[in-house]
Design a protein around this ligand. Structure first.
Ligand SMILES: [Zn+2]
Ligand SMILES: [Zn+2]
Length: 144
């Protein structure tokens, strides 16, 4: 992650009087380097050398500060990614067999159709949406 990204993370932590410790920075770097959301065991297998309870606690604090987003999947294992406003807008492929979640980018045409759906919700339901989420649920290439 770029230096400005880390500065933004530090700001968000500071707002709730939390420090940007080396352990939290390591987690942010690991999530930034991944092309998909990761489980706690995957983070630790990928070189995060913190106890499982430290990873859990640090992720909870990062989530509370709006740095990390926790994703529910089809298994009981939570997956984590950086908040979308720190990365890039994307969507997810969720495997209902193994629980893996992949990041995907949708085409501009599909994104504008989704934006039109957001506008429609605004006028029809007077719902002011500031984001949209869309995921495909099915079987990944390994499970199909
Ligand atoms: Zn799968
Ligand atoms: Zn979208």
């Amino acid at each position: 992650m770029e230096r400005e990204g880390h500065a933004e993370v530090e700001d968000r932590l500071r707002r709730t009087r939390q420090r940007y410790t080396a352990g939290r920075r390591q987690l942010v770097d690991a999530l930034a380097a991944s092309e998909r959301p990761l489980t706690i065991p995957e983070l630790r297998d990928g070189g995060v050398d913190q106890s499982q309870s430290s990873v859990y606690r640090n992720l909870a604090i990062l989530e509370q500060c709006g740095v990390v987003r926790r994703l529910a999947s089809s298994d009981d294992t939570a997956r984590f990614e950086l908040a979308e406003d720190l990365t890039e807008h994307h969507h997810h492929l969720v495997c209902s067999d193994c629980g893996t979640i992949e990041d995907i980018a949708l085409s501009p045409a599909v994104e504008s159709a989704l934006a039109a759906a957001v506008d429609e919700a605004r006028s029809r339901h007077r719902f002011s949406a500031d984001a949209h989420r869309f995921e495909l649920v099915g079987s990944c290439a390994d499970c199909a």
